[in-house]
Design a protein around this ligand. Structure first.
Ligand SMILES: [Ca+2]
Ligand SMILES: [Ca+2]
Ligand SMILES: [Ca+2]
Length: 431
């Protein structure tokens, strides 16, 4: 017999299950309720959802929402760096047709490049490399994940002497499906522009040649080497990567791939690779538990529905925090609540085809010192940003971490100001 929705069946049919089946189901339900009463949601490794707020999501957290742009196209990639050298970190955005920055603290928008390729821009990396206090900027473009041969582009943007003028794009050699980039330190001198494509050359359905993860060295003359250094060429569907922690001695970076999370670190003249987790992942970040151990957070699989933690980076310790995301696409870690250990912030962008689904950004916190158990603390955003990318930083320099997110279907860039300390909220700390 074909399945039919229960509500579509005649009422008499709905209650025609055999008594033995009903008794068995009742026993299972009672056992589940008894277990929940004994250990609580956190004990089960899942989070309670506030019943009162269930209609719109979970309980809101004390973040004040400020829309700084309500008319972007896609909002592919965000970065945070001081662009104008005034000592305040600004926001940068790789949008479909524009590369722009928003000046702190008034968030005035300046477009520094347009239409670098006929296909969309997709990623941006910004960091002061020469020590003058102003960011050097690189961007990725030519975005078409369906073209694993002819797509992709990488540009270093040369700063104009007149700030009102556009920046000059200098093209670098690239692999198809350019997707994510960071300026990283690998312990070998000048910073490296690490660029991760989504697919290997000529791949179909995420299979074929490994993804060519390449690095381009910053040069003393203020340009970038056009000869690339290979970081890895073994993985597939490499959707994102976590750069090395600032100041880390081992310079390890983490890649989220079809083959799970892999750690890459400089070794000899090349890079050594180590598999960390075994589940396909789309986003990856590292964080610090209150006992000092490190954990790894992921969204699984790529564009997935799960927020996952690996305490101490151990595959066998996998904890699923949430399975209700639709197209999970933004992930960050940081101590937003001031608890002395990192929380996890995850955002999702909702259905890409068909009717829109609710979107949001949620915050999860560990309830044990070693980050083996977690709870959903609340919502930073409830259905206003179809999260394509998010970043965490203390944007108003008041001592706590704020969240900035770019929304795809919602076409906005929004700062969520952290107002967890009521005194600060009341005094409206000047930014
Ligand atoms: Ca600035
Ligand atoms: Ca600079
Ligand atoms: Ca702040």
């Amino acid at each position: 017999m074909r399945h039919r929705r229960l509500s579509a069946l005649p009422r008499s049919y709905r209650f025609s299950l055999p008594r033995s089946t009903l008794r068995r189901r009742l026993r299972s339900l009672r056992a589940a309720r008894a277990l929940l009463a004994a250990v609580g949601f956190a004990g089960l490794g899942i989070a309670p959802v506030d019943a009162a707020a269930a209609a719109t999501g979970v309980s809101p957290l004390p973040f004040r929402r400020e829309v700084i742009d309500a008319s972007i196209r896609i909002g592919y990639g965000l970065a945070i760096a001081d662009v104008d050298g005034d000592g305040r970190e600004d926001l940068l955005l790789a949008d479909a047709r524009e590369i722009a920055w928003y000046r702190s603290p008034d968030w005035q928008k300046t477009v520094i490049a347009r239409d670098l390729t006929t296909k969309d821009h997709v990623c941006i990396a910004a960091r002061d490399l020469d020590g003058d206090g102003r960011a050097e900027i690189a961007v990725g473009a030519g975005w078409n994940p369906g073209d694993t041969v002819g797509s992709g582009a990488i540009f270093f943007l040369e700063r104009p002497t007149d700030a009102a003028q556009p920046w000059t794009p200098r093209a670098l050699p690239h692999e198809p499906t350019t997707h994510r980039m960071h300026w990283i330190d690998d312990g070998r001198g000048a910073p490296l522009l690490a660029v991760l494509p989504l697919h290997g050359r000529g791949n179909r359905d995420g299979a074929g040649a490994g993804v060519k993860f390449l690095g381009y060295r910053w040069l003393a003359n203020g340009s970038v080497a056009t000869a690339a250094e290979e970081i890895d060429a073994t993985l597939h569907l490499t959707h994102n990567f976590e750069p090395p922690s600032p100041g880390s001695a081992d310079h390890e970076l983490l890649v989220a791939a079809k083959e799970g999370v892999h750690a890459l670190r400089p070794s000899g003249g090349g890079w050594a690779r180590r598999q960390v987790t075994s589940h396909p992942a789309g986003e990856v970040r590292r964080g610090r538990a209150s006992d000092g151990s490190g954990f790894i957070a992921t969204i699984e699989p790529m564009h997935g529905h799960q927020v996952v933690v690996y305490p101490q980076g151990q595959d066998a310790e996998r904890v699923v925090l949430d399975e209700s995301l639709v197209q999970g696409h933004g992930l960050a870690t940081g101590d937003l609540l001031g608890r002395g250990h990192d929380q996890i912030i995850a955002g999702w962008r909702g259905n890409m085809v068909g009717p829109p689904t609710p979107v949001g950004i949620r915050l999860y916190a560990a309830t044990t010192a070693s980050a083996t158990r977690w709870e959903l603390v609340g919502a930073i955003d409830d259905n206003t940003v179809a999260c394509e990318d998010l970043r965490v930083a203390d944007l108003d320099r008041d001592g706590d971490l704020d969240v900035v997110a770019a929304g795809r279907a919602s076409r906005n860039v929004v700062i969520f100001w952290n107002e967890r300390v009521p005194a600060r909220r009341a005094s409206a700390t000047p930014r």
